[in-house]
Ligand binder design. Structure first.
Ligand SMILES: NC(=O)c1ccc[n+]([C@@H]2O[C@H](COP(=O)([O-])OP(=O)(O)OC[C@H]3O[C@@H](n4cnc5c(N)ncnc54)[C@H](OP(=O)(O)O)[C@@H]3O)[C@@H](O)[C@H]2O)c1
Length: 180
């Protein structure tokens, strides 16, 4: 980790890179990096990219090398102010594409209740499920930057449309608190 940070900092010093980010790091590894960087007067990671969507992986989930955002990470982010980038926010399109299924890890106890609240707010606002997922990621605390991986212009327009949404605090709260 010391070597990696040293190499990244050389790129920053040379002006080739402005800031550095990590992905699939648990909170303790980010904290270790932060301490090493501080000790060596180097820049540490200013962003973390993690698997993160509106549906919550069920307890004991396993994504192989991928790490999902969890409460430890949220607390680290709130404490340090680093940015959270959400990858796979649409769960490969499963929120809206009837030909795709949510991975088994996402078929947890609060999946049905969360999908029901998405559909309720979608009916009330005219937004799509995908737009609500992006909106929630961008507006809940700590907020995240969703990675958009649209494959058509229509999907891109739908994604960008989430920036125009204005949901009430009650709606955002209802989405966040929808739990089994
Ligand atoms: N760091 C890591 O370990 C890691 C892991 C996974 C992914 N990533 C990165 O995360 C990014 C997102 O990847 P992902 O495919 O997993 O993202 P995603 O948000 O889970 O799924 C994107 C897919 O959803 C469908 N879709 C339907 N409506 C959409 C809309 N309005 N906007 C965007 N997509 C829509 C499309 O599939 P169809 O074309 O089938 O309709 C699209 O390819 C990529 O840049 C990827 O490299 C990083």
């Amino acid at each position: 980790m010391e070597e990696t940070l040293e190499a990244f900092n050389e790129l920053i010093t040379e002006g080739k890179v402005r800031a550095i980010g990590a992905s699939n790091f648990k909170a303790w590894r980010l904290e270790r990096a932060r301490q090493i960087a501080e000790r060596n007067h180097r820049q540490s990671y200013s962003a973390i990219q993690q698997r993160y969507s509106y549906l919550r992986p069920k307890s004991g989930w396993d994504f192989g090398d991928q790490v999902a955002a969890n409460q430890d990470l949220f607390e680290f982010i709130e404490d340090t102010g680093i940015s959270l980038v959400a990858d796979s926010p649409l769960l490969q399109g499963a929120y809206t594409n009837p030909n795709k299924e949510f991975k088994e890890q996402y078929q947890g106890p609060d999946t049905d209740i969360r999908l029901a609240i998405l559909d309720k707010i979608a009916a009330e606002t005219g937004a799509t499920r995908n737009q609500l997922v992006y909106y929630w990621l961008m507006n809940r605390k700590p907020n995240a930057i969703p990675l958009i991986a649209a494959t058509t212009d229509e999907q891109f327009e739908e994604a960008v449309g989430s920036l125009e949404l204005e949901l009430s605090e009650d709606m955002l709260k209802a989405m966040t608190e929808a739990k089994f």
